[in-house]
Design a protein around this ligand. Structure first.
Ligand code: SF4
Length: 242
């Protein structure tokens, strides 16, 4: 692990062992190897059991890398997402870090029924952002599977970006992968994946806020469809908000 990151993570890219520009040129595999060498036990990866989770779980296992895997279970995932999680756990012998999230009943009581309809930003804040902030507290770096071609708002993400909000480095090893490459990797390596992707769900989140999409729609068009909400808020400090 880099000496400069042994205590508190620093926002100064000069203290990383490789520059962000250099990191942009690495393959996803080499990037993950660098990340584990750089951050050691202070590195985690989040999984939401979409296709990028399948890629990252397999890639890390094939490289013999074992960063902590954080699952942000909102209690509102599709059955297929939970089944995918269980298949990946079984195949790759995963142990998950699972932050505490209020039950749906607790949320109904505190905030009113179906908060995802009346105030989805608040619902995402309670069920995703707050638990993630707490879950990331022990870590200096967080690997996420987001990709530049998923949506215009993600088009400018870097492979390594400092996050003031989480006070750590956000790492995006698949930033320069397109959707086709994700599927080629999954099929050629026979990796378990979420079967909802086969029936029109190109992006998958919570049941109330996800619908299948048509061919001409962009990949994340089925998330919070019919509203101007584009993101759950987890990545808002490192993506383009326009
Ligand atoms: Fe709530 Fe929908 Fe956000 Fe899930 S995606 S946390 S249901 S608003």
């Amino acid at each position: 692990m880099g000496d400069s990151l042994a205590a508190e993570p620093s926002a100064d890219p000069a203290l990383l062992s490789r520059s962000p520009e250099d990191l942009e040129r690495l393959s996803a595999e080499d990037f993950l190897v660098w990340a584990v060498e750089e951050f050691g036990a202070k590195l985690c990866v989040t999984c939401s059991w979409q296709k990028q989770s399948s890629v990252l779980v397999h890639m890390l296992a094939s490289l013999g890398l074992e960063p902590a895997i954080v699952e942000l279970d909102t209690h509102l995932f599709f059955r297929e997402s939970y089944d995918t999680r269980d298949r990946l756990i079984e195949k790759y012998d995963l142990t998950l870090v699972q932050p505490q999230i209020p039950s749906i009943a607790e949320q109904h009581k505190a905030e009113g029924p179906n908060l995802w309809e009346s105030d989805p930003d608040r619902c995402c804040h309670i069920r995703k952002v707050e638990p993630l902030v707490e879950a990331l507290e022990p870590f200096d770096a967080w690997i996420s599977g987001i990709r530049r071609d998923q949506s215009p708002s993600r088009a400018t993400i870097g492979k390594a970006q400092w996050s003031d909000r989480y006070h750590l480095w956000k790492l995006h090893p698949l930033a320069d992968w397109d959707e086709k490459r994700v599927w080629t990797y999954i099929t050629s390596n026979d990796i378990p994946y979420n079967p909802l992707h086969d029936v029109g769900y190109r992006s998958i989140g919570c049941i109330p806020c996800t619908r299948p999409i048509r061919n001409h729609e962009e990949e994340r068009a089925g998330r919070w469809a019919g509203s101007d909400k584009l993101e759950c808020g987890l990545h808002l400090d490192t993506i383009d908000k326009e």
